[in-house]
Design a protein around this ligand. Sequence first.
Ligand code: SF4
Ligand code: SF4
Length: 87
Amino acid sequence: MVSRRKGPPIKVDAAKCTGCLICELRCSLRFEKAFNPSKAAIAIRRLVGGENEYEISFTDKCDNCGICARYCPNGALIRGKKRKEVV
Ligand code: SF4
Ligand code: SF4
């Protein structure tokens, strides 16, 4: 799954995520030419029981283009050498 992704991986710090969904919107804009979060290669899900805690995951469609990281306003997504998921 991860091996299909190209380019520097996205480092994830879910603790900084506020659930703004800008990353989903920007990613879907790239793939669909429209704002449609359900078509994004990144998924932000609020954790059950956590008021402001989110899980960040990627689908196989993600190729590490870095757009989501570029537009994340909170530093929850950073292009780096090693992808690290913090849930
Ligand atoms: S790196 Fe690119 S393809 Fe992957 S989730 Fe972010 S915007 Fe979408
Ligand atoms: S990862 Fe960044 S852009 Fe995406 S929902 Fe979280 S704070 Fe917003």
